[in-house]
Ligand binder design. Sequence first.
Ligand code: FEO
Length: 187
Amino acid sequence: MLSEQMNEALNVQANRELYSSYLYLSMSYYFESIRMLGFASWMRVQAGEELVHTMKMLDYVASAGGRAKMLAVEAPQLSWASPGAAFQHVWNHERAVTGLIHALVNVAIAEEDEATKSFLQWYVDEQVEEEESSDDVLNKVKAAGNDSAALQAADRELGSRRFKFPRDFEIFPYAALQGRTIGSLKK
Ligand code: FEO
């Protein structure tokens, strides 16, 4: 059973994950507006991953006997000065999220809540990957600078990114309870 404080802290972090999804969706439409469709697609995958981060956290709250609450989501920025500025924003944002996840782990430690601490390890590991990938794309876009051919090449490369659900995440849990897996629904 979650303490009230742990429950609230998880709800607040789920809201930040949803904000991340909203932010990346905003970046996706910004890139679409400047016809950089590979970057737009990359951001759309990123937005999908953040929605999974949100739901995974709220599912945990519900399954641990807490109450998942939908809090108001802040409106994100709508446009950026350049592709490089948008990817710099991603980099900064992911580092800030890592700090929030580590603070959340500290709440679990203070509450002596081993189950939540163990659950949060997935997010700690995920942030290592998120930081690596934001670093990688920022370097690519920075290297391209204002060279339009190099930017187009980076745009094409980032457009190849595909969305994958985490192995242990079930987006339609009721279907799973009825013995129908996502795989069988697709057939
Ligand atoms: Fe879910 Fe990119 O933090």
